[in-house]
Design a binder for this molecule. Structure first.
Ligand code: GLU
Length: 496
């Protein structure tokens, strides 16, 4: 059912899509889809020095990749931009901010401030020395027309400051319930337009949320302290005040704030590491929200059906990479063969280009391999950890070939004997259930432990201790390569 609910995500293209922004976008998307509302994407690109077209593309591409679609804004349905409130880029909306600023000046709800950076810096220091929180002194709050004219005559171009009224600003937050903040704690009258005419975030966000008829502002908890300023501006401009919901932040496992420096925060990095969109979306939705049932694995559509904003928890949600990998593994198991192979191919190709493997497997090879690797993949990229030995030449490492309970002589004997038994098979009987019994008989005849011989063979033919089941591995490698690798291992041990 269509509704009047309108929500938005308003990313600043000053960096790649952040995992926290993706989660906020997701919650907005889910809320819109669940309620039949409209989801808007607006680019807050007024920080011209730091905004780039490349970051803008990264943000839109990564959101699309996640399957998070919006109804209005840049990049809707492959168009440059679509929606009744265009343009959706703030740098193309400067006229509306100038107009709104003029309206506030005209009503004396804002004023020109001519304080120089030096004056403001001296104020800041004085307050710091007096152990007071930073706040504007109010130096320009009540200038007479003559005083103003005198400053303008000096060539000063005033910034525009918004008058913060005394009192308490409160709202009923969708997630945090009632929040009240005394405006005395807002740091005094704040700048909404710089002296050079560029408008600031607090101002543009309000002008645009009003212009775009945003009914619910759902954003990160880091904005709680900004919301009173926004409410004051909505009031002063005579706009209706939207409903606010502040989503808890994503935290590091140790409870600290996720930062670019300390944590992996770019969605593109998770994509590059082989996380699936299904798992990432599922994981991000469950960071701070739960369907209230035992279900772990839900698709985006299933989540949208169940999503309730007031069920979002208040406390910060800790990012648990192991859990994400587990979930990713679960989703990888659910993909159908063709889909999984299509998603694996770019990773094996990239691994070949990076020299991690000597050649990239074909589609057919990967498909044939799925039954033995699928359950072992935690990421798409982990295909080369699990099966890279198939596409790489091995250089035997004599020290690594010898199982713990064996010595070099026993290992040589074991590998040579295993080689002989296996060589008795031709290409037709080179099947896992045919290869295993003769090796078990060999172990019994010599009084060895199967684990020791099998580990020696595994190390010899794969170079690694953890692999898919050994006999499946031998089949995947094929007769010639298996025998050659066993020979090479024996050779390496003999000459060590
Ligand atoms: N451009 C702001 C940001 O990226 C938007 C915040 C908001 O949603 O109001 O944080």
């Amino acid at each position: 059912m269509p509704s009047d609910i309108r929500v938005r995500i308003a990313p600043s293209p000053t960096g790649p899509l952040h995992i926290g922004t993706a989660r906020t976008a997701l919650f907005n998307y889910l809320f819109a889809r669940h309620t039949g509302g409209t989801f808007v994407l607006r680019l807050e690109d007024t920080d011209v020095a730091r905004s780039t077209a490349a970051f803008e593309k990264d943000i839109l591409d990564a959101l699309h990749w996640l399957g998070i679609t919006w109804d209005e804004g840049p990049g809707v349905a492959g168009l440059e931009e679509a929606g009744p409130y265009a343009p959706y880029r703030q740098m193309q909306r400067l006229g509306s901010y100038a107009e709104a600023a003029e309206a506030l000046l005209a009503k004396d709800l804002a004023y020109r401030c001519y304080c120089t950076p030096e004056e403001l810096e001296a104020d800041r220091r004085a307050r710091e020395a007096a152990k007071l929180p930073p706040a504007y002194s109010g130096r320009c709050a009540h200038l007479t027309p003559d005083e103003r004219a005198a400053r303008e005559a000096e060539g000063r171009r005033g910034a525009i400051r918004f008058r913060v009224r005394p009192g308490v600003v409160g709202w009923n937050d969708l997630i945090r319930d009632r929040v009240e903040i005394d405006t005395a704690n807002l740091g005094g009258d704040f700048v909404i337009v710089r002296a050079d005419g560029t408008p600031l975030y607090h101002f543009t966000v309000v002008v645009d949320d009003a212009a775009m008829q945003i009914s619910h502002v759902i954003r990160g908890e880091d904005h709680v302290s900004n919301t009173p300023k926004h409410i004051l501006l909505f009031e002063a401009l005579g706009y209706g005040i939207p409903t606010f919901g502040h989503v808890p932040l994503i935290l590091n496992p140790d409870g600290t704030k996720m930062s670019k420096r300390k944590s992996q925060t770019a969605v593109s990095d998770y994509i590059a590491q082989g996380f699936t969109r299904e798992a990432l979306v599922n994981y991000l939705a469950f960071l701070g929200w739960s369907p209230g049932t035992e279900d772990d694995l839900l698709t985006l559509d299933e989540i949208a059906q169940r999503f309730e904003l007031d069920k979002v928890q208040k406390g910060g949600a800790r990012f648990d990479r192991e859990r994400l990998e587990w979930l990713n593994g679960q989703w990888i198991r659910r993909l159908d063969d063709a889909d999984l192979v299509a998603r694996l191919l770019p990773f094996t190709e990239a691994a070949a280009v990076a020299g991690q493997i000597d050649r990239a497997p074909s589609e057919g090879e990967l498909t044939a391999l799925l039954p033995i690797v699928r359950e072992r993949l935690s990421t798409l990229a982990s295909i080369t950890d699990v099966a890279g030995f198939l596409w790489r030449e091995l250089t035997p490492d004599p020290a690594a070939l010898v199982p713990k309970r064996w010595d070099a002589a026993t290992t040589i004997e074991g590998l040579a004997a295993a080689g002989e038994r296996l060589a008795a098979h031709d290409a037709v009987t080179w099947e896992a259930d045919e290869l295993e019994p003769p090796l078990r008989r060999l172990v019994e005849a010599r009084g060895w432990k199967a684990g020791d011989l099998f580990m020696a063979i595994r190390m010899a033919v794969t170079g690694q201790a953890a692999t898919p089941p050994l006999f499946d591995v031998l089949v995947a490698l094929g007769r010639e390569r298996t025998l050659a690798r066993l020979d090479a291992a024996v050779e390496a041990l003999r000459s060590a």
